[in-house]
Write a protein that binds this ligand. Structure first.
Ligand SMILES: [Ca+2]
Ligand SMILES: [Ca+2]
Length: 250
């Protein structure tokens, strides 16, 4: 299902189906893929019918808003966030006083399977931080350099220290929940998991916080209303070669 290049026409159909006005999702000069600029601001980098949120941070300014390029259009409100490069792409840079917030909306309530993934470049790993957190419903964060995923108040077990994030370069992190197992990924490899069969909470109202306590770069944050397979996450992370052995979960 995952395709690295979005076909503009598909997005247009999705937008129309969700009642988008042309002004919100304007693509008057739809071009063939080979003519597109390296930093498109109108199409999400992934195309997936289960996409619920897409923050690619390609906006010319991130001073007040980061556009959600999913069909749901739940733009994030930003504070002290600036553009920063990630290869040929643009990412968001956060400092000590930065914040990114999305209001509590039904599109982000995920009572069944879900997954999310993003690139992070931590400037500092000495303090704990939240990367993405839908109130007390689900999220991903860092304890030092260790990545955890959570569902309600339940957290994946801490991964091996050799899988910790390092400061100063972009790395891919992800969580996937299939209804029975919550899995954590770093650089496309599964590094932690936990058996969790309790229903996801959806009844909190604080909305989504992104990057609380985090300093550094964030990019290409995608949320899906389905689990992603190990292979899909490896592909999204740009990982090649054989996948590591699956982990025994507690
Ligand atoms: Ca980007
Ligand atoms: Ca909610």
């Amino acid at each position: 299902m995952y395709k690295p290049l979005v076909v503009l026409g598909v997005l247009g159909v999705l937008g129309a189906a969700c009642g988008f006005s042309p002004a919100q999702n304007a693509q008057p000069d739809a071009q063939p893929d080979h003519d597109r600029t390296p930093n498109p601001t109108t199409a999400c980098r992934v195309s997936d019918p289960s996409l619920r949120l897409c923050l690619d941070f390609e906006d010319a300014s991130l001073a007040t808003t980061a556009r959600d390029l999913s069909p749901f259009g739940n733009d994030a409100h930003t504070h002290v966030v600036t553009p920063t490069p990630r290869g040929v792409e643009q990412a968001a840079k956060l400092g000590q006083t930065s914040s990114i917030h999305i209001a509590d909306v039904a599109a982000l309530d995920l009572p069944g399977a879900f997954a999310f993934e993003m690139f992070v470049d931590p400037a500092d790993l000495t303090s704990d931080s939240v990367l993405f957190h839908n109130s007390r419903e689900y999220g991903i964060g860092l304890v030092g350099g260790q990545v955890y995923c959570n569902l309600g108040e339940m957290y994946t077990t801490a991964p091996d220290a050799s899988e910790n994030l390092v400061a100063g370069r972009f790395q891919h992190v992800a969580c996937s929940y299939d209804g029975t197992v919550l899995r954590t990924y770093v650089e496309g490899a599964e590094v932690g998991c936990r058996n969790l069969t309790n229903a996801n909470p959806v009844n909190t109202f604080e909305g989504v916080e992104i990057g609380s306590g985090f300093m550094g770069g964030l990019d290409d944050l995608h949320l899906y209303a389905r689990a992603l397979s190990n292979l899909e996450i490896a592909t999204l992370a740009g990982r090649s070669g054989a996948l590591p052995e699956p982990i025994d979960c507690l």
